[in-house]
Design a protein around this ligand. Structure first.
Ligand SMILES: [Zn+2]
Ligand SMILES: [Zn+2]
Length: 227
């Protein structure tokens, strides 16, 4: 048995949306509903998952353009880091800058209460870790199997890192609220702390691991080689 994970991306941004769930209880969360929202809502229905929250890694428009639709379909609370509230409020305006008409998402229900546990999804625990730099309120959502009988051989954490770190690349820091040294400290100080075996699911592109990025990511190597 292992964690349920469904992923989809849609044009124009090809941003990854994720449904993460517990194979035993069928509880699930929807991470970053965007333009792939219909596909992942269909997965939630097909798999008979019980969604309990919409969790946002950050509030750039590609990560929130499906929040309104997901909220209407699932009726669950929306969570965001307070640092991205100004971006969230400008989601529709962000879209117009790209010539896109997107639905302004409904108000956030809860802000993450700082670094630490967010809650349980069945047999899994989700932790929230502030990783600013790409934007002020970026977070990493870290999923681990909850301690209990039969959990003697722990699986590596599964990280949903938004646009902080990509396979072979890093998030852009030229948008409002972005900051390069802050981003690099989030990557090397926060994300690398999860250990080389941690699996990394980024907001765009393929899955990777912390170890692979620590050893080969050119931006990381350049940062570490600075005088
Ligand atoms: Zn972003
Ligand atoms: Zn993105």
């Amino acid at each position: 048995m292992s964690m349920l994970l469904f992923e989809a991306a849609a044009p124009p941004f090809m941003k990854n949306g994720f449904v993460m769930g517990c194979e035993r209880t069928r509880e699930a969360v929807y991470i970053d509903p965007g333009d792939e929202v219909e596909e992942l809502l269909a997965v939630i229905a097909r798999e008979r998952l019980q969604a309990k929250a919409i969790l946002l890694t950050h509030a750039h428009l590609d990560h929130v353009s499906g929040v309104g639709r997901a909220r209407r379909a699932l009726g669950v609370p929306i969570w965001l880091h307070a640092g991205d509230q100004p971006l969230y409020e400008r989601a529709a305006a962000q879209g117009l800058m790209f010539g896109l008409r997107i639905e302004q998402p409904p108000p956030v229900d809860h802000y993450y209460a700082g670094d630490g546990p967010w809650g349980r999804v069945g047999d899994y625990e989700i932790g929230v870790h502030h990783t600013p730099g790409h934007c002020p309120g970026g977070v990493c959502l870290a999923v681990t199997r909850a301690a209990g009988p039969g959990s003697g051989n722990p699986e590596p954490p599964v990280l949903f890192v938004g646009d902080t770190l990509f396979a072979g690349s890093i998030g852009r820091t030229d948008l409002p609220g972005g900051d390069y040294p802050t981003l690099m400290r989030s990557i090397t100080g926060v994300l690398f702390g999860f250990g080389d075996a941690a699996r990394v699911h980024s907001g765009h592109g393929p899955e990777t691991t912390i170890g692979h990025e620590r050893r080969t990511n050119p931006f990381v190597l350049e940062w570490r080689a600075r005088p």
